[in-house]
Design a protein around this ligand. Structure first.
Ligand code: GTR
Length: 327
């Protein structure tokens, strides 16, 4: 082994040293989606803005495609220091921060505009406070459209059409109840396992928005997509509380502004991306239908609301306040 250092190696070392100031904090960021999905694009913009505006004091690095683990694990990692930031869906968050379960009540929001109005205002701040109590700092809210059921067997028009079908749901008991109430069977499962499970018949269907149905390739194996639009879930750019507390007030401001700007970009990209994905899966032969009886799906959810309020009386005000934005 040689003990001398070549000039090229030395130059590389110096270049490396100048690229990252010695005080640079490297932040690990989790993204379940591909880099070119609206969320991936916006997270990259966030990382770039933060690095640039903090002059390299913070260097966020986004790991795409869920390579750092499934969402429930990633939420835990963010809380115990394994991750610094992430784009989380509020669905699986309910298992940790019970107030966010309100957002998983089916047909809660009337449309995307209603969700924006709520999350960008005082009610959204209350959800952020509840998250902060569990070590999760939500800085801005992304879109994830509306989720609908898709399956390998048939078009769904009424709840009776779910009978005998097994659907993958995200990790949250409320989704198991939701599918039960509609007469189907539900099984919680990691997103990364759905494609294989659909292909092998372990499950018959799942539910998601257009961009996820497309980029996960589920449309290749599940040929029926039925517009139930049962869940409009916000997603966040969230930072670990430990990471957040470790930065100066000046850098907190930079990070917050970058997160808000990234969410604006994500929402703009979302609308186009949804339409492109819808078109793409239809061109690929997926049979898409509007359900014949949308009211029947909503009515079937009443027992879930009743039980939820009975079990969480302290959260009833959230529901009422959201309803008040709709009148
Ligand atoms: C997507 C969402 C992901 C993940 C996924 C799933 O729409 O953006 O965060 O929750 O759905 O179904 O697991």
């Amino acid at each position: 082994m040689t003990k001398t250092i070549t000039t090229t190696a030395l130059a590389a070392l110096i270049a490396g040293a100048t690229a990252l100031p010695s005080a640079a904090e490297e932040w690990r960021g989790w993204n379940i989606h591909p880099e070119d999905y609206p969320n991936g694009v916006a997270l990259e913009s966030f990382a770039e803005m933060v690095a640039e505006r903090t002059e390299g004091r913070i260097e966020p690095q986004v790991y795409h495609n869920g390579v750092l683990g499934a969402q429930p694990d990633a939420i835990e990692q963010l809380r115990n220091g394994g991750l610094d930031f992430a784009n989380f869906n509020m669905g699986p968050m309910g298992q940790i921060v019970s107030a966010t379960n309100v957002l998983s009540l089916p047909f809660l929001f009337t449309d995307l505009d209603n969700m924006h109005e709520v999350m960008d205002g005082e009610i959204g701040d209350r959800f952020a406070d509840a998250l902060a109590e569990e070590g999760i700092i939500a800085l801005s809210w992304f879109d994830s459209g509306a989720r609908s059921f898709y399956n390998t067997e048939r078009a769904i028009n009424t709840p009776a059409d779910l009978d005998g079908l097994k659907f993958r749901v995200m990790n949250n008991d409320l989704y198991v109840q939701m599918v039960d109430q509609l007469g189907g069977n539900a099984t919680p499962m990691a997103y990364s396992e759905v494609y294989q499970s659909l292909s092998t018949g372990v499950i018959d269907g799942a539910e998601n928005n257009w961009p996820s149905f497309d980029t996960s390739n589920h449309f290749e194996v599940a040929g029926f997509y039925s517009n139930t639009n049962h869940l409009i879930l916000p997603e966040c750019i969230c930072i670990s509380a430990d990471t957040w507390e470790s930065v100066s007030d000046e850098d907190k401001e930079i990070v917050r502004e970058a997160a808000v700007a990234a969410a604006e970009e994500q929402r703009e990209l979302w609308a186009d991306s949804s339409e492109e994905s819808r078109q793409k899966v239809m061109d690929a032969g997926v049979q898409v239908n509007d359900v014949e009886d949308p009211a029947a799906f909503q009515e079937a959810m009443q027992p879930i609301y009743d039980q939820f309020i009975e079990n969480n009386p302290d959260l009833e005000s959230f529901i009422n306040d959201i309803r008040a934005t709709q009148s």
